[in-house]
Design a protein. Structure first.
Length: 223
DNA sequence: GCGACAG
DNA sequence: ATCTTGTCGC
């Protein structure tokens, strides 16, 4: 699939900050895609792994059919690590190789589940937002741990969730994707709303704690 | 100053 | 992220 717009990649944190502030306004946080959308035929998952010495980044993308979640396409891209890991600036480290991997896909996904937060970010522009704005594909942030925000106690059953609140604003949801396991953190990235995001994430998580997209991308990235 | 801190 | 086995429990 073709990757259209991009931007110069920052060399340091302050340059990255300016880019976040600028791109943040381009994020679309409403549904421009129906909630139960028959046109969503392919859902993708992305993940990035690093060499032991942290010099090489390897991005992996898998495309699964939706809602049956069968593997339809996959791609990987390796390159030198160009940005350090700094909380709040993860996307500058992961987006470049992910865009390279996405460019190799034969099938263009209708939805992208990202391994990290989206709106649930101190400046409201996490990895999922960044990937969404640059690809214009609807994106969802699915993180394994909390970064910002507070929430009320969560029910134990699969499907229960609580809003994640930061500075008085709902930035995402804490979702029990499987009964009795640690919850996952869902936030919108681009072009959909939170309720829709939670719905898709649960549909992509039929058996394990993490969505099939994330699990398979994770597996592919660590090969 | 102290603690927290996606992957 | 990454270094890493067995083990408890549904």
């Amino acid at each position: 699939m073709p990757i259209h717009r991009s931007h110069p990649w920052p060399q340091n944190e302050s340059e990255a900050l300016l880019i976040q502030e600028k791109l943040r306004s381009q994020t679309i946080s409403t549904l421009d895609m129906p909630s139960v959308n028959p046109s969503v035929k392919y859902v993708a998952g992305v993940d990035v792994s690093y060499s032991a010495d942290d010099t090489i980044a390897k991005a992996a993308v898998v495309v699964l059919s939706f809602p049956d979640l069968q593997l339809c396409d996959q791609a990987i891209a390796c390159g030198p690590t160009t940005f350090p890991y700094i909380p709040g600036f993860l996307s500058f480290r992961e987006v470049p190789p992910v865009l390279d991997a996405l460019a190799k896909l034969t099938i263009c996904p209708d939805l992208l589940l990202c391994d990290g937060h989206g709106l649930a970010h101190p400046r409201r522009f996490g990895l999922a937002c960044h990937l969404g704005v640059l690809t214009n594909i609807p994106t969802i942030g699915v993180a394994k741990s909390r970064y910002i925000g507070q929430h009320d106690p969560l029910g134990e059953k699969r499907g229960s969730w609580q809003p994640l609140i930061d500075q008085g604003e709902i930035v995402g949801a804490v979702v029990r994707s499987r009964t009795g396991v640690q919850p996952i953190y869902v936030s919108i990235g681009h072009r959909l709303d939170l309720a829709t995001a939670i719905d898709y994430v649960l549909q992509c998580t039929p058996k394990y704690r993490l969505p099939e997209t994330t699990r398979q991308a994770d597996q592919l990235a660590s090969m």
